[in-house]
Design a protein around this ligand. Structure first.
Ligand code: BES
Ligand code: MG
Ligand code: ZN
Length: 485
């Protein structure tokens, strides 16, 4: 773990703080934030002069460093004043954290330029996310500088600590994704769930291979046949919402996907350590629940295993029976995520009366072809739920795009010898067909949405809040927003 864990607030002025860097803002109309204006006025208009010289334009994304009166002042461009939004603020705060790491400064201060709750929250999120580095395997000291703490000046809103906690939850999800397959194993996911359950007063149930096989989870049992690493079926219950219907989250916890007997090409197979990022969304959300303690009922379900090629590995042609009794003809052992999710969704449908079910999975390579690393594909059975998703997506800046689960696609998974098959008509519409397959395992009448995060869980363009070559924690903020946390 290398990131700020807590963001403080203080009413100190810029020349009282002992922070190694003070970040303030300027807008595109060349007006300053309150503290930037104070600094400018008490120092001979030093910032105005930089504007006159043309170096400071106030554009969104800009960062200029000044040395004034023995202090480092970072002047952050915030774009158009009337358009200041949480996204702009998150990215700007991320730039402050990044500059601090660059300069090896372990404590920074930043001015909050707005009174809006969402902007204050986003500022704190940005500080934490921008401070994130994955250093656990760097043994050389020189590569391992960490930003330790941040103080927000000019606001003492509760949203600042809330944003810091949400940032922490996202970083928690990133860490799970970034650790390699020999560290983030199904056992590690179960141990993380245990830590969260203890921290947040939640119930945890973990079914081992023998138990879930006996219970009839033939999808998970089938995929897990090829590995000696103990698979797990993990259930977290956070029940602090009285008699409210639970919201159920299901996450693909495939800790390494070789493709199984339908083996993947060697190039970039290492990236398949990220195939558990769906489960990281679920655990990240539960981490936030443990920290924020909202009055909600939320259930998290994580089927988890490796997909490997051991002597007992399942084979193309095998027929498996899922937890809801449906039989599945396996045509490709690399379409394994849908098989373990079949059991997760069936279990959620049978044992709960959910307000809705959301599932998260790095499910198809086709998703990366469709929307690249820019947006997540979402599919579902309930227009109101999809509207809720789209609304949350707008609020958090995590982009989603709806794909159609039309009947024509749903027909493509009908098998001639079993109820369904785990592949449609490749290479056509691979992402939608996977969604159509999952739909078979959700009880009719339960609002359900499926998120294919294959493109967004890692591999996107780096930014001040998303480091290069790292899991992103995509989705944690969106789910929390959907649940009004
Ligand atoms: N984990 C992969 C999907 C994936 C691939 C995510 C590349 C991110 C990048 C999944 O288990 C998979 O292998 N899906 C197959 C399905 C196909 C065999 C029907 C795919 O997309 O190729
Ligand atoms: Mg696969
Ligand atoms: Zn997979």
């Amino acid at each position: 773990m290398a990131h700020i864990t807590k963001v403080d607030v203080s009413n100190e002025s810029w020349n009282e703080t002992n922070a190694g860097l003070i970040a303030v803002g300027v807008f595109q109309d060349k007006s300053f934030t309150t503290m930037a204006s104070n600094i400018n006025d008490s120092n001979d208009g030093v910032l105005s002069k930089a504007i006159e010289m043309g170096d400071v334009k106030g554009k969104n994304g800009e960062s200029n460093l000044f040395y004034i009166d023995g202090q480092r002042i970072q002047l952050l461009g915030l774009g158009k004043k009337e358009e200041l939004n949480p996204d702009t603020m998150r990215l700007a705060a991320g730039r402050a954290s990044r500059l601090a790491i660059d300069k090896k400064i372990d404590h920074i201060a930043i001015e909050c330029p707005s009174n809006e709750n969402e902007i204050c929250q986003a500022l704190a999120e940005g500080l934490v996310l921008g401070s994130y580095q994955f250093l656990d395997y760097k043994t050389k000291e020189k590569n391992a500088f960490e930003l330790k703490s941040a103080t927000v000046l000019g606001s003492d809103k509760n949203e600042i600590s809330k944003g810091a906690m949400i940032g922490n939850a996202v970083c928690f999800a990133r860490d799970l994704g970034n650790h390699p397959g020999n560290v983030t194993t199904p056992s590690k996911l179960a141990a993380s769930a245990k830590d969260i359950a203890d921290e947040g007063g939640m119930d945890l149930t973990v079914f081992e291979r023998e138990e879930f096989t006996e219970m009839g989870m033939g999808g998970l049992a089938g995929v897990a046949q090829g590995t000696d690493e103990p698979p797990k079926f993990i259930i977290l219950e956070y029940m602090k919402g009285g008699d409210k219907k639970p919201k159920v989250l299901v996450g693909k916890g495939l800790t390494f996907d070789s493709g199984g007997i339908s083996i993947k090409p060697a190039g970039r197979m290492d990236e398949m350590k990220y195939d558990m990022c769906g489960s990281a969304v679920v655990l990240g959300v539960f981490k936030a629940l443990a920290l924020l303690k909202p009055e909600l009922n939320v259930v998290g379900i994580i089927p988890s295993t490796e997909n490997l090629n051991g002597a007992k590995a399942y084979k193309p042609g095998d027929i498996l029976k899922a937890y809801n009794g449906k039989t599945i003809e396996v045509l490709n052992t690399d379409a394994e995520g849908r098989l373990i999710l079949a059991d997760g969704l069936s279990y959620a449908s049978k044992h709960y009366d959910p307000e809705y079910i959301l599932d998260f999975a790095t499910l198809t390579g086709a998703m990366v072809v469709t929307l690249g690393h820019i947006a997540t594909g979402v599919m579902g059975t309930d227009d109101n739920l999809i509207d809720k998703v789209l609304k949350a997506s707008k609020a958090t800046g995590e982009k989603v795009w709806e794909l159609p689960l039309w009947e024509e696609f749903c027909k493509q998974i009908q098998s001639s010898i079993a109820d369904v098959k785990n592949q449609g008509s490749p290479p056509q519409a691979g992402t939608i067909v996977a969604g159509a397959f999952l739909k078979e395992f959700v009880k009719k009448g339960i609002p359900w949405a499926h998120f294919d995060i294959a493109g967004t869980a890692w591999g996107g363009k780096p930014s001040s809040v998303d480091p290069k070559g790292s899991a992103t924690g995509w989705g944690v903020r969106l789910v929390l927003d959907m649940m009004d946390v």
